[in-house]
Design a protein. Structure first.
Ligand SMILES: CC(C)(COP(=O)(O)OP(=O)(O)OC[C@H]1O[C@@H](n2cnc3c(N)ncnc32)[C@H](O)[C@@H]1OP(=O)(O)O)[C@@H](O)C(=O)NCCC(=O)NCCS
Length: 151
């Protein structure tokens, strides 16, 4: 076997082992002042709204941002946008039982957006990207499945 052929086999094996099949794609655009307005309603409403959409870790982060007067509206808009994009990336059966608060978009070790949930299988990978400019924030989510998965 020539050296170039053996390199090519090795490369293929590495690619097969590490590349997931793309199973879903979702994108969402949020007009941040819409979220800011929602959050400026009565405190009871604010608590109900945030409890419905935020994971416990996100809720705690938002609470500490409110306390330190940081832009919690931007943070919540980001959580919302990622989860809407995530929802669109899921198949119908998972969409039907989708609960925003079950998903966490915070990775404690990094500022890179992520999604995690207890119900994610080990063969599943989510790739998240967020951008914002002025009053608009956009999130995109790719859902991938390992090639050796039976699903
Ligand atoms: C379906 C949903 C994601 C649409 O979001 P939206 O902000 O109303 O609208 P967007 O402009 O972002 O997206 C609309 C597009 O999403 C796509 N879309 C609609 N239903 C979809 C679905 N079930 N899966 C993937 N994409 C979908 C369509 O292409 C649609 O475009 P169209 O109106 O031209 O056909 C949203 O209404 C929803 O149901 N979200 C569920 C998540 C959730 O729990 N939200 C509320 C929690 S409090």
């Amino acid at each position: 076997m020539s050296l170039s052929r053996s390199v090519s086999f090795t490369q293929t094996a590495i690619l097969n082992a590490s590349i997931a099949t793309i199973c879903g794609l979702g994108i969402d655009l949020v007009y941040v002042p819409r979220i800011t307005a929602l959050l400026s309603r009565k405190p009871v409403y604010l608590a109900k709204f945030t409890r419905r959409i935020l994971h416990d870790a996100e809720y705690n982060r938002a609470a500490s941002m409110i306390e330190s007067r940081e832009r919690h509206d931007l943070f919540i808009a980001r959580c919302w946008s990622i989860k809407e994009a995530l929802f669109k990336s899921l198949d119908k059966s998972r969409q039907s039982c989708f609960q925003m608060r079950e998903w966490n978009t915070i990775d404690p070790g990094s500022s890179k957006p992520t999604v995690s949930c207890e119900a994610i299988s080990k063969d599943e990978d989510f790739f998240v990207s967020v951008t914002h400019d002025g009053e608009y924030l956009l999130a995109a989510v790719i859902r991938g499945q390992s090639k050796n998965s039976s699903q």
